[in-house]
Design a protein around this ligand. Structure first.
Ligand code: PLP
Ligand code: COI
Length: 340
């Protein structure tokens, strides 16, 4: 397969238009057959549910070229399931699991020339999304929906690459108890833009959001979950009903326990405990594992002992194992790798 002439190593996390994308429409209570199309633009009614009342959700997953030249996706069944759950919460017709995987296969096959080569440092980011495309004017679910999936080659999510990040505790909340923090609705991201802009203006890479009810427990960032490592090498991740159930986090906790034989804990994490941790990182499809250097709180700055130059040793092991599995250098747990 001849690749596109792209400087893979200098890609950031930005949009590059690829050759084709998958589209399916829901009308009269059913999904149509779906098809690959070339047009990257979407034409919808002016009163579409997505435009008026933000009835939209998305997913994010990646395809990789493995060391032996295969193209694979990482746990796409979990993205299909999470999108199903999100659609349910936003009163949208869920896109069936098998159709999701079929769309993924078709999309990546049609855009193989954009799949970054093994060892290039880049990956193919895949963005499934589902939105109300039929018109509404009273507040109600839309009468018609569109499911689309496109892909774009990407590099690291954070400009600093794998250098430890500076975070601040946000003045704003990300998600309310009993709200929508656990689903991947566009609404959660729209309302994080202002807070994210403030963080960047203050010189921080991201916000750390606290739980809205008590302002005392660590939740997540705008686009990634947290993992921490205690001084006695336990891997800890916050448990909360208002954070997104990250597939990367679930995978890392499995890797920590079953492959690296470390103790793991998923439990509420008070902000006050963070100063005691040895290492910390943001984890997600886009973020992979991005180490944390410091967290600025109202009470002062927490510097993680792993420092501002490189990942801590346990974080590095988690990173090497996860990316090793994704790139085919290490054997994957059953069902984690989907060959395109
Ligand atoms: N939390 C939020 C708010 C996200 O947007 C993401 C990205 O998808 C994650 C966590 C990480 O989830 P995953 O590991 O499934 O990509
Ligand atoms: C992902 O990691 O796939 C996400 O959706 C996060 C997004 C903020 C880029």
């Amino acid at each position: 397969m001849e690749k596109k002439n792209i400087d893979w190593g200098s890609l950031g996390f930005s949009y590059t238009k690829t050759d084709s994308r998958y589209v399916s429409y829901w009308k009269d209570n059913q999904w149509d057959d779906g098809a690959m199309v070339e047009d990257a633009n979407v034409t919808i009614n002016e009163s579409a549910g997505v435009l008026q009342y933000a009835q939209t959700c998305f997913e994010g997953l990646k395809a990789y070229t493995t060391i032996d030249g295969k193209v694979v996706a990482f746990r796409p069944d979990l993205n299909a399931q999470r999108m199903y759950d999100t659609a349910h919460r936003l009163l949208m017709p869920p896109f069936p699991h098998d159709r999701f995987i079929d769309a993924l296969d078709k999309l990546v096959k049609a855009n193989l020339a954009f799949v970054p080569p093994y060892g290039s440092g880049a990956t193919l980011y895949i963005r499934p999304y589902l939105f109300g495309s039929g018109p509404v004017i009273g507040v109600a679910p839309a009468p018609e929906y569109t499911f689309r999936m496109f892909c774009t080659p990407v590099g690291p999510y954070f400009k600093s690459g794998i250098k430890p990040l500076k975070l601040q505790v946000s003045e704003f909340d990300r998600a309310a108890p009993r709200g929508t923090g656990h689903i991947k609705g566009g609404l959660n991201y729209a309302m994080s833009l202002y807070a994210g802009h403030e963080a960047h203006k203050n010189g921080f890479a991201e916000n750390l959001y606290l739980d809205a009810a008590t302002q005392s427990f660590v939740e997540e960032t705008g686009g990634a979950n947290f993992i921490f490592v205690t001084k006695d090498n336990k891997v800890v991740t916050p448990k909360s009903p208002s954070i997104l159930p990250s597939i990367t986090r679930r995978s890392l906790m499995y890797v920590a326990k079953e492959i690296l034989h470390l103790e793991t804990e998923e439990r509420p994490v008070p902000l006050d405990e963070v100063a005691e941790f040895a290492e910390g990182g943001l984890c997600g499809t886009a973020a992979v594992i991005s180490p944390i250097g410091s967290i600025t709180t109202k009470k002062g700055v927490i510097y993680l002992p792993s420092g501002m130059e490189k990942m801590g040793p346990i974080t590095q092991k988690l990173y090497d194992t996860l990316t090793g599995i994704q790139m085919g250098r290490l054997e994957a747990p059953e069902g984690w790798i989907h060959t395109i």
